[in-house]
Design a protein around this ligand. Structure first.
Ligand SMILES: [Zn+2]
Length: 449
């Protein structure tokens, strides 16, 4: 499911202007790598394989162990009878496809993330230095001959205002006058840009709308915690954030968004300035971060409350224990009284009674201890579960419905954009009218009549 998700995300990015003009085969290789980037994933990360000196770690010499395995497995599948969709392609084409695919899959190794981020920053610098206007990116002379003619007139008539003129030039014309950069060589650009796209798609859960992000975040945490369990089982070092007893989802996600996602998407979104790409991803990242911060506050408050409950129960236990000691002391005193000479003849009987009382109270005390001891943890667990359930209920009740409505609206607008049509004003006004009617009891009353 994650493979399909990364494929769909990558495909979404590829619709942005920055990818225009790249070779079809390169783009196809990128999509295949997105779908296959985790094929055969065992559910744990590279350090786990390396710490265990697993068969895979040994085979790939501890270097991008899983990513090397995913790339190799992808090609093994392609070589199966009937699966070679590149059959009939030249050796050069197959090699190019393989190159893009392997680069893109290896780029999903998180240990290379810092290097990838530096590369992304360099790419954006190149964009600025080369003076590339992404609005015009991908427009070719042949596609827009009339514009070219107009622009040539502009060049002749308005040489002094070069900046204004450059804004009117097609991408090809811009390329002729700007400084050389990676953007001038589409084959070179593909090898930088496409692996970055797959890596971004792999990281993109916090850039999705809240309800979708929420689901993915819980799946990912469950996978991490399962690895933590395996690490404990195999007595190898337990990765700190993978220990389910020492961490929680909002803490991990807040750290992940602050330290990994935000710095990355601050750069990535500048490459995809289209309204339904960069700005939308940034907005989602901010909403999700705020949501997780609030969840973190709730969990902190809940933990503090749990500590208070625990302390109260401990106090109860202490009081009960003091009271029992007091009772026991009274009984002992009463036992001493029974030893008076007048009552001595019947002392055996009384002693028996007292002994029975003593035993009863001791036994009560002992039972009380047995009951009290498990209470803090079981009541604590109950409380913790109710807090966590409440957290997720709140998400479901207050967020999902709103997000679903927003998504429906977005989907509708996207469809209209895809069809190249204007938003149907009649439909919008009808919709608004309907909304108003729904909020107006008198209209509703009329409707029911
Ligand atoms: Zn992945």
């Amino acid at each position: 499911m994650h493979g399909v998700d990364v494929l769909v995300n990558t495909n979404y990015y590829l619709k942005s202007k920055i990818f225009e003009g790249l070779g079809d085969l390169d783009v196809f290789a990128c999509l295949v790598s997105a779908a296959c980037h985790d094929v055969g994933h065992p559910g744990n990360n590279n350090p786990f394989e390396i710490n265990l000196e697993s068969e895979l770690a040994v085979r790939y010499n501890d270097i991008s162990v899983l990513e090397n395995m995913h790339a190799a497995k992808t090609w093994e599948i392609l070589k199966r009878p009937g699966c070679d969709f590149l059959e009939g392609r030249s050796v050069a084409e197959r090699r190019r496809f393989r190159l893009v695919l392997i680069e893109a899959i290896l780029a999903t190794d998180m240990s290379k993330h810092k290097r990838q981020q530096d590369m992304l920053a360099e790419l954006i610098d190149d964009l600025a230095v080369a003076g590339i206007d992404l609005e015009l990116w991908g427009q070719s002379d042949s596609e827009d001959a009339e514009e070219e003619h107009k622009d040539n007139d502009l060049i002749e008539n308005n040489m002094e205002d070069q900046k204004a003129m450059e804004n009117q030039l097609t991408a090809d014309q811009q390329a002729e006058i700007r400084q050389p950069s990676v953007f001038d060589n589409k084959q070179e650009l593909a090898l930088v840009l496409l692996p970055l796209a797959v890596h971004t798609a792999d990281l993109s859960n916090p850039a999705k709308s809240l309800p979708i992000y929420q689901i993915w975040a819980s799946y990912v945490m469950e996978e991490f915690w399962a690895q933590g369990d395996k690490e404990k089982e195999k007595s190898i070092p337990v990765t700190q954030v993978y220990d389910r007893d020492k961490t929680d989802l909002p803490t991990c996600q807040t750290g992940f968004i602050n330290h990994v996602i935000k710095p990355w998407f601050d750069l990535w979104t500048r490459l995809l300035p289209e309204k339904h790409a960069g700005p939308l991803f940034s907005e989602n990242v901010n909403i999700n971060l705020e949501f997780m911060k609030k969840e973190l506050e709730r969990i902190k408050a809940a933990k503090e409350k749990m500590l208070t409950v625990h302390a109260d129960i401990k106090q109860e236990e202490k009081n009960s224990s003091t009271s029992n000691t007091h009772n026991q002391q009274n009984i002992t005193e009463s036992k001493e009284d029974n030893k008076s000479p007048e009552t001595k003849p019947s002392s055996t009987k009384n002693e028996d009674n007292n002994a029975n009382n003593h035993t009863t109270i001791r036994s009560e005390h002992s039972n009380t201890n047995k009951e009290i001891e498990p209470i803090p943890s079981s009541r604590g667990r109950e409380f913790r579960n109710s807090v966590l359930n409440a957290t997720f209920d709140d998400i479901l009740k207050t967020q999902i419905l709103k997000q679903q409505r927003d998504m429906e609206e977005l989907r509708k607008r996207q469809m209209q954009l895809d069809e190249g049509t204007q938003i149907d004003e009649t439909d919008v006004s009808h919709h608004n009218h309907k909304e108003r009617d729904n909020n107006n009891p008198s209209v509703n009353a009329n409707t029911h009549q």
